[in-house]
Write a protein that binds this ligand. Sequence first.
Ligand code: HBI
Ligand code: FE
Length: 292
Amino acid sequence: MSPGVRNRFAIAHRNADWTIDQDWPSYSREEHDRWDRLFARQAKLLPGRACQAFLEAMTRLELSRSGVPNFADLSKRLSALTGWSVIAVAGLIPDDAFFEHLANRRFPAGAFIRPEAEFDYLEEPDVFHDVFGHVPLLADPVYARYLQAYGEAGRRALGLGQLHNLARLYWYTVEFGLMRTPDGLRIFGAGIMSSPAETVFCLEDSSPNRVLFELERVMRTKYIISDFQQTYFVIEGFEELLRACGQDFGPLYSRLRQAADIEADELTRQDRILTRGDFSYFRAKGFAPHAA
Ligand code: HBI
Ligand code: FE
């Protein structure tokens, strides 16, 4: 494949709403096998680490080691539960198209699967990150409403030029969120759920901060794209996210325009801190914490 082409789906015919045909019969045996290996490795790690809603949804959606899921079949099972469907895209799509789909309970999932050389990590969301990481929680009625509300808020944020604040909310919840349960901390963020190393790191390593979720604080906090998070935010349950997304963001956005950003490793006096990180993992990579 020529380096210019991100993946074989990127040259597929694209519809006006950025969807493409998943063309499920076109997946090769190697691609199905790669899904199975990615699935098996992660499925072993998740019991006792993923939140209960995720583990239950895996069963109800029949997500298993039987090759790359067919989005049409998966959408039949998912939409019967919460009205969400999974639509195929070639990769990242423009923000306005992304939010429009979320606001209509359509989840854009990359149709391509990572090449063997990127088995452990890739920048772009592929079918394993999107379908294994993101789709199961769409079967949870409260989370399903949160992500739709997020899509609606995204459309508004685009108009107000506040997308970066909202992208942080997505990053620290939908991608890298943790939940406090009677049995201890559990994962719900898709970026963690599809990454074996971060699945263990986020719960067990002494390096990162772990702070109780607070909407304005999260929207002010910068994030890191290509390494583990320096701070994880912890919710008590999905209802908390829905309440956060249900409020009028107008006054919040005007406060945010006056407020300074918070560094990814920083803690503030108002934080309800569960664990204060020692940043050992990050220091070993030459990072000097901003915090005093
Ligand atoms: N496109 N396919 C795809 N997947 C995403 O997660 C995505 C996107 N476009 C924009 C986008 N995410 C961000 O704007 C949001 O995460 C805020
Ligand atoms: Fe994602």
